[in-house]
Design a protein around this ligand. Structure first.
Ligand SMILES: NC(=O)c1ccc[n+]([C@@H]2O[C@H](COP(=O)([O-])OP(=O)(O)OC[C@H]3O[C@@H](n4cnc5c(N)ncnc54)[C@H](O)[C@@H]3O)[C@@H](O)[C@H]2O)c1
Length: 433
């Protein structure tokens, strides 16, 4: 393909070198004459291992050129990849000026060219940005079927960028509505095995990845600070933590849904935070973990109470399925709040047997919901029959059995990411999806 790349910084230069390696002809476009000259001499404008060799080779083979003339770059290519900077403003907000400028230039150049063109945004932009750029600069050409727009975030790391391009950690293609791309260019150029989402989802994935990296660094450093204070080797602690690939370095606990609960997480998070606070060690990340959990619970309660019914059923009361442990269960807090506000509540949890609750578990329920026994139903069907709004926090019911009792006027709130609930006739809503 003939590809123009706007912005010859870290992302643009690497993308250019790697695409020429795959046999595509690349025209680089930048406002800085020095970078354009470097490209035209087959020299990398940035320090990045392996890139000089790629660009020199491409230049020798006639696969690479560069210009400051954006119209010429569009005219001589079928695809434009936008890799210009999106720096922070003084206020911390994102500066989209360069992307807007380039979009305007590309749009005008496509009109002048009068032929089909593909635009791929690769700069990191907040969710909604691609749609705004399309609205402001490319809508008419899209409607005329002349332009297709994709958002393909970049995940390379400086220092290993060429290797990362050749073997990416993740490939994502954002399309207008999340359907597979209507043309092959984005996939062929930037990843055959891409995950495909709507523009906004693809934009959010890039931020989620970077936030996650930042969060991990902050977490490791906070554990390290605490470890040093306790005269423990923090590096060794984190090394061992990372050895657990079943629970720690895994998908586990990385699914939006239920707030955390149970007899361990709330207690242990609280204990470690208060130890640090007492000793005057600043751990803002760890310190706010309980707050974010409460905010999530508040959101669930707000969602339930925003519905126009007071007959609510809970499927699952313990903090997770296959346990009768009610200590610290978010659904007990939900039930407590709803009862306090005069809601009519029915509860089903196959692991709960009031006559078998003993010890701390029984004490917790006696303290918080002494009349729980009167709310418990023998079957999920009874709960569904009695209520207008059903809250499902566990996969604890047989959907086939529910299918015959669910009514079209009912609603369900899925707290646990159990998408099969959508196949029943009730109105489905997910807590975070
Ligand atoms: N650097 C990374 O490791 C990395 C990784 C992934 C994503 N990103 C994202 O990719 C984007 C680019 O990052 P970068 O580090 O390559 O930026 P950079 O600052 O190194 O390069 C940006 C280039 O865009 C050029 N430019 C600005 N306005 C232009 C215009 N109107 N026309 C043509 N060129 C123009 C600048 O002259 C500069 O050469 C950013 O959104 C960044 O957040 C960066």
């Amino acid at each position: 393909m003939n590809v123009s790349i706007f912005g010859l910084g870290y992302v643009g230069a690497v993308t250019a070198g790697c695409l020429t390696e795959r046999g595509h002809r690349v025209i680089g476009a930048d406002v800085q004459q020095g970078k354009v000259d470097a490209f035209n001499a087959g020299i990398s404008p940035i320090v990045e291992p392996l890139l000089n060799e790629l660009l020199a080779d491409a230049r020798t083979k006639g696969m690479l050129s560069a210009t400051t003339d954006s119209a010429a770059a569009v005219r001589d290519s079928d695809v434009s990849i936008v890799c210009v900077g999106t720096p922070s403003l003084e206020s911390g907000r994102l500066n989209l000026d360069y992307v807007r400028k380039v979009s305007e230039q590309i749009s005008a150049a496509i009109v002048a060219k009068g032929a089909p063109h593909v635009v791929i945004f690769r700069s990191t932009m907040l969710p909604g940005s691609t749609r705004i750029l399309v609205r402001d600069f490319l809508e008419a050409q899209i409607k005329a079927g002349q332009v297709r727009v994709y958002y393909c975030p970049e995940f390379l790391r400086e220092g290993t960028a060429v290797k990362d391009f050749r073997d990416p950690s993740l490939c994502v293609v954002g399309t207008h509505g999340g359907a597979p791309p209507e043309s092959r260019e984005a996939l062929e150029l930037l990843g055959e095995k891409a995950e495909i989402l709507a523009w906004e989802g693809a934009e959010l994935i890039k931020y989620s990845c970077n936030y996650f990296h930042a969060l991990k660094v902050g977490f490791a450093n906070e554990i390290g600070r605490l470890a040093k204070f306790l005269e423990v080797d923090g590096a060794r602690v984190m090394d061992v933590v990372c050895r657990d690939e079943k629970l720690n370095i895994s998908r586990y606990y990385l699914k939006p849904g239920n707030p955390f609960g149970g007899s361990c997480l709330p207690k242990d998070v609280s204990a470690l935070s208060s130890l640090a606070r007492m000793e005057g060690i600043k751990l803002p990340l760890l310190d706010n973990v309980l707050d974010t959990n409460s905010a999530h619970l508040d959101l669930l309660i707000k969602l339930i109470t925003s519905k126009d019914t007071r007959k609510v059923g809970l499927l699952g009361l313990a903090f997770k399925a296959d346990t009768d442990d009610l200590r610290g269960s978010p659904m007990v807090a939900v039930a407590e709040t709803l009862l306090g506000r005069g809601y009519q509540l029915s509860v089903y949890d196959p692991s709960l047997n009031m006559s078998r609750l003993i010890g701390a578990n029984e004490a917790e329920i006696q303290r918080r919901m002494p009349h729980l026994a009167s709310l418990l139903r023998e079957t999920a069907e009874e709960v569904v029959r009695d209520c207008d709004l059903i809250i499902v926090s566990q996969k604890c019911v047989d959907l086939a059995a529910l299918r015959s009792v669910v009514r079209p006027g009912q609603s369900v709130i899925d707290v646990n990411g159990w998408r099969e609930l959508e196949t029943l006739v009730w109105a489905y809503e997910g807590l975070c999806w």
